[in-house]
Write a protein that binds this ligand. Structure first.
Ligand SMILES: [Zn+2]
Length: 183
C-alpha cells in the first residue's frame, strides 16, 4: 500500500497547541495501522526541543493554513463538487471584454475554470470596469482590438486560497473565480 504524506522530514510545519498556532520541524513520520484504513502520524520536534506527537489533520504546511477556517479536505471536496453544480460555465465561450467608464482602458479575460466572475470591478484610475462585450473568436478579438494579452479567471489552489482575505475566501467558496495575476 502506498501512503501519501503531505510533509517531508525536516520540513517546517505549523500546528495548534491550545489556542495558539506554533511552528516546528517534522522530526519523523510514523505510520499507524488501526482497525480499518491507514493513519499517518507525524512526530513534530517543537521549538523547545520537546518532542510531541500530532495527528495528521492537525499539522499544516503554512501559518496561513493553520489559521484558515476551511481545511484542505473541505476545499478539495468543494473543488471536486463544482463540475456537478448548476452554475454558469464560461470555458470555451469566448473572450470577455471589460471597459473602464473613466479612462477607457480595456481588459480581456477568459475562463480557465468553471465558476462565477464579477460584472464589474475597480480600475486603477478609480473608475469602474464593466463587462460590456464578449468576443466569440480569439482571433477576431485580437484583430478588432489589437490586443494580445488575455487574462484568465481561475479557482485558486489551496496554498493560494489560505493566503486570501476572508472576503475573497468567501467569494471563492460561493463559486467565485479570481484573476490569475492577482493570486
Ligand atoms: Zn480606468
Amino acid at each position: 500500500m502506498v501512503i501519501q504524506t503531505r510533509f517531508d522530514r525536516d520540513q517546517k510545519v505549523w500546528f495548534h497547541r491550545g489556542s495558539q498556532v506554533c511552528d516546528g520541524i517534522v522530526f519523523s513520520i510514523n505510520v499507524e495501522v488501526p482497525y480499518e484504513g491507514v493513519k499517518v502520524k507525524y512526530t513534530i520536534q517543537y521549538n523547545e526541543d520537546s518532542g510531541i506527537v500530532l495527528e495528521e489533520d492537525k499539522v499544516f504546511g503554512s501559518e496561513e493554513e493553520a489559521n484558515c477556517k476551511v481545511s484542505f479536505e473541505e476545499y478539495k471536496g468543494f473543488c471536486e463538487s463544482i463540475e456537478n453544480r448548476s452554475m454558469y460555465d464560461g470555458r470555451g465561450k469566448g473572450v470577455d471584454v471589460y471597459e473602464c467608464n473613466k479612462c477607457g482602458k480595456k481588459m480581456f479575460t477568459e475562463y480557465a475554470d468553471k465558476g462565477v466572475t464579477p460584472f464589474c470591478m475597480p480600475c486603477d484610475c478609480g473608475g469602474t470596469m464593466t463587462h460590456n462585450e464578449t468576443s466569440y473568436c480569439k482571433v477576431e478579438c485580437y484583430q478588432r482590438h489589437g490586443f494580445k494579452i488575455i487574462r484568465e479567471w481561475v479557482r485558486p489552489t489551496y496554498d493560494q486560497f489560505v493566503k486570501l482575505s476572508l472576503g475573497q475566501q468567501e467569494h471563492v467558496m460561493n463559486g467565485g473565480l479570481l484573476l490569475e495575476g492577482e493570486l
